[in-house]
Design a protein. Structure first.
Length: 192
């Protein structure tokens, strides 16, 4: 099966700072994936590369088997959730979740159906018409997760919604891969 998201031998240098050193990871379609690690280990850099906000110094970024290393973010089918809450305050929760499909030209009735389906999964179906400012912190976080949901023909969402709720990135997901910090021993995994 072709991975939905893949980093192949990716390195990223910022001057002399080696933020990523030959990182390879593969995320299967539909897989829930958490990227965990200490501050400065390269998590955000990996996410920025996948979203297209940055380019690797070396290696490739692939979405659904297609090399998108040089493709700009607006041409990638990736939803990004940043550490700061990023729901549009002038839109309802359902309108926020339906925004990605709206940009992709999905019909109004279909995008509302898709958004409501995902909101049910995160137990926000009954709050779909509420403004984001009317949600508790936990429900706001759930809306952020819904906002980066995988819709048809999207490789998935990448983001950092748990970081805003806990200092260590949280304990989410049933699968994790952590990039090794520069200088980490090859036979020993990075600390998580």
């Amino acid at each position: 099966m072709t991975p939905a998201i893949e980093l192949a031998g990716v390195s990223r240098l910022f001057g002399t700072l080696r933020a990523l050193d030959d990182v390879s990871l593969s995320i299967a379609p539909g897989e829930f994936f958490a990227l965990l690690g200490p501050s400065g280990s390269g998590k955000t850099t990996c996410l920025r590369l996948i979203a297209g906000f940055d380019r690797p110094t070396r290696g490739k970024v692939l979405l659904d088997g297609e090399d998108v290393t040089d493709v700009p973010p607006y041409e990638r089918s990736v939803n990004t959730v940043f550490q700061d809450y990023a729901l549009f305050p002038h839109m309802s929760v359902v309108e926020n979740v339906a925004y990605g499909p709206r940009v992709r030209g999905v019909t109004p009735s279909e995008r509302r159906r898709l958004a409501l389906e995902v909101l049910e999964l995160v137990r926000l179906g009954g709050l779909s018409d509420r403004a984001p400012s009317r949600l508790s912190g936990g429900r706001h976080l759930a809306a952020e997760f819904a906002n980066c949901a995988k819709f048809p023909h999207d490789p998935g969402g990448v983001g950092q919604p748990t970081e805003s709720r806990s200092g260590d990135g949280g304990q989410v997901g049933d699968h994790e891969q952590t990039p090794k910090p520069a200088g980490a021993a090859a036979d020993r995994p990075a600390r998580t």
